[in-house]
Design a protein around this ligand. Structure first.
Ligand code: DP6
Length: 341
């Protein structure tokens, strides 16, 4: 049952961001937000969103604060509506989220944000949902959020059903079974110019590479799954870079072009390649934004961070271990405090 504070249905959840090793780009069905391809990611310990959901009598509409500032509500309300329908609840909600990293800058704030929202809202509404059901729910908010329900190494299934009920993520391997570090180089702290959803639709309509993207997805997933099973870091890294570069080839050939990289993004990529030539096994990956994430062994992370800090245009570097599944927080958590509880 949901906790009640002052008679309201309230819960707080934390979810961690994730970075895809084999990327998701393209929709099968926009109405239920099913992906055109599966994907494989790692959950990041250092990047997290805390979200409070409080269903309250007397609210005329849902309210959403992100890092203390009012934000557009429609995407949040659409997910809350799914929860309300299932729980038979009519109450509107106050939602307050805090990110411990820059929002909407290609650090997957929608992934951790919608995963935390799905968990907090379900719990606040008193629903008893399995992790798989939570993953399906989080996907309706953002495809990558389906993966942030789980910790460690995670695979998202594209699914084939019109309902989207077979389009969910599951854990491939817990974080502790194969420790890995991700060094995040922030090259631009401002929000990205084109969001993923419209970018994906543009790529499907206009990039001549989109058919090739769909055709090669299953092969990429098979190879990555095997690399994780075999703890084969060189294959994991090479395939992650390949998937990243294939994604950006697709983006660059979309009309209008999606050019997410800046000069520092490119400089960081070259630096990673040089590190590798010098004998340090490190591999880059980049999402729909200019930030560069470098995959390496935990013992090499400090050295990789030093090198990334030397790249002109890199503002900040963070080292992350692999993170846990989404979980519920106590009522005295920072998110609750920020919301004035
Ligand atoms: C490049 O999950 O943000 O980060 O489902 O439209 O919300 P929507 O897209 P989103 O897309 C993520 C794209 C990516 C690659 C990835 O995370 O797999």
């Amino acid at each position: 049952m949901a906790d009640t504070i002052g008679g309201d249905f309230t819960a707080v959840a934390r979810a961690h961001s994730n970075i895809a090793l084999v990327k998701y780009w393209g929709k099968r069905d926009i109405a239920v937000n099913t992906p055109a391809v599966g994907s494989i990611s790692v959950t990041l310990d250092a990047l997290a969103t805390d979200t409070l959901v409080s269903f309250e009598a007397g609210l005329d509409a849902d309210e959403f604060l992100l890092d203390g500032r009012p934000e557009p509500v429609p995407r949040v309300s659409a997910l809350l509506d799914l929860v309300r329908d299932r729980a038979g609840l009519a109450l509107r909600a106050r939602v307050s989220s805090t990110n411990n990293f820059p929002s909407s800058a290609g650090l997957a704030s929608s992934a951790s944000g919608f995963a935390a929202l799905a968990l907090a809202a379900s719990h606040a509404a008193g629903l008893d949902v399995s992790p798989k059901e939570l993953s399906v729910l989080a996907r309706r908010g953002s495809g990558s959020a389906a993966r942030s329900i789980f910790g460690g190494y995670v695979e998202m299934h594209a699914g084939t059903k019109a309902s989207g009920l077979d389009s969910f993520a599951e854990q491939l391997l817990p974080a502790a079974d194969w420790p890995l570090s991700v060094v995040v180089a922030i090259t631009e702290p401002q929000p990205k110019p084109v969001g993923s959803t419209s970018g994906m639709l543009g790529s499907a309509m206009s990039s001549p590479f989109y058919p090739g993207w769909l055709e090669t997805a299953d092969r990429d997933l098979d190879v990555m799954r095997r690399a994780i099973t075999d703890r084969d870091f060189a294959t994991l890294g090479e395939e992650a870079e390949h998937s990243c570069l294939k994604l950006h080839a697709l983006m660059l050939t979309t009309r209008p072009a999606l050019i997410y990289w800046n000069a520092a993004t490119m400089a960081a990529m070259h630096r990673v390649i040089r590190m590798r030539e010098a004998g340090l096994p490190a591999y880059f990956t980049i999402d729909a934004g200019p930030q560069v994430k470098v995959l390496c062994a935990p013992g090499d992370a400090a050295q990789v961070a030093v090198e990334m800090n030397q790249v002109p245009g890199v503002h900040e570097v963070r080292i992350s271990a692999l993170g846990p599944a989404a979980y519920l927080l106590d009522d005295d958590s920072p998110a609750l405090t920020q919301a004035g509880r």
